[in-house]
Design a protein around this ligand. Structure first.
Ligand code: C5P
Length: 285
């Protein structure tokens, strides 16, 4: 049978406020997620032997039990007592360890795909329950929405009624960021106590790009820059060209800005490509 193709999107965090540290070591957040049209392609085929195998065109992606795709497939197979396995061919386009949640998105895509491929009939709530066992960002991708507020450790999702599709310039410096290290470097005394996410949501609904840009916010920025101060140079360069407001996504190092049009994003992309390898024009999807 022909492999089933599922597209796995990336996300941006337009707002990320850290509220406090929890007894379980995670942090309570308030974050604004946006799904963007930068995709990995995942091809799924059932394997009669029962093996779970992954092939990937990216040298830094583990193809064994370290991959969230493997972990999810293995969990489903053992929990539901299935005899068959799966081969997943992963075409990686979302930069790895970049704050774009590529791995979490692949995990969510695997849950959706195996539910279909193996005719499990699992409800969305059960898929979310399984996803939450493997990561905080997975639940967002299991909700069929472009925009959502994430609370708790990021896994409590409230889809938002924002109709706007927004163009962005996205620069991914060639530095891998470890999310646990960024959270470890966080000084909670420096985090923001103001709740401006509602102003941002309102501005996005109005598609007011200038105002929305002013309210982009990420409490992890200080930790990201403590770990790699050179990223501030990239941020300043992007800001000088983009001039409305730029922010890191998640635990970085991805940096993005909002643009008024696709053409504006393309022009910025052309200018930035002279200096950076990984520059993208992306849009809400
Ligand atoms: O949930 P996920 O596996 O994506 O989280 C990776 C790491 O990031 C966690 O082990 C934790 O150190 C940190 N984290 C956190 N608070 C969150 C999300 C992640 O401290 N809300």
């Amino acid at each position: 049978m022909k492999p089933l193709l599922f597209k796995s999107p990336a996300k941006l965090n337009l707002f990320l406020r850290v509220i406090n540290k929890r007894p379980d070591g995670y942090h309570n957040l308030q974050t604004l997620f946006e799904r963007i049209n930068l995709f990995d392609d995942l091809y799924f085929s059932t394997v009669k032997s029962g093996d779970i195998t992954i092939s990937c065109d990216h040298p830094h992606v583990p193809c064994g039990p370290g991959n969230l795709i493997y972990k999810i497939a293995d969990y489903i197979k053992s929990t539901y007592g299935l005899k068959y396995g799966v081969h997943v061919k992963l075409n990686k386009r979302i930069p790895v360890a970049a704050g774009l949640a590529g791995g979490s998105s692949n995990a969510a895509t695997t849950l959706i795909a195996l539910n279909k491929l193996w005719k499990l009939g699992l409800k969305k709530a059960r898929l979310i329950e399984i996803g939450n066992m493997f990561g905080s960002d997975i639940a967002f991708f299991l909700h069929d929405c472009s925009w959502a507020l994430g609370e708790g450790r990021g896994e409590i999702i409230s889809p938002l009624d924002i109709k706007s599709k927004i163009d962005h310039i996205l620069v991914v410096p060639k530095k891998k960021m470890s999310t646990p290290k960024v959270y470890q470097a966080l000084n909670l005394k420096l985090t923001n106590k103001k709740d401006n996410v509602n102003i941002l949501i309102h501005s996005l609904k109005e598609k007011d790009i200038v105002k929305s840009s002013q309210f982009l916010f990420n409490d992890l920025e200080h930790s990201i820059l403590t770990i790699d101060p050179k990223l501030d140079v990239v941020k300043k360069r992007l800001k000088s060209l983009e001039n409305k407001g730029v922010s890191f996504s998640g635990s970085g190092p991805s940096l993005f800005g909002l643009t008024k049009s696709n053409q504006e994003a393309k022009d910025l992309c052309d200018a930035l490509k002279k200096r950076y390898e990984q520059v993208y024009v992306v849009r809400t999807c």
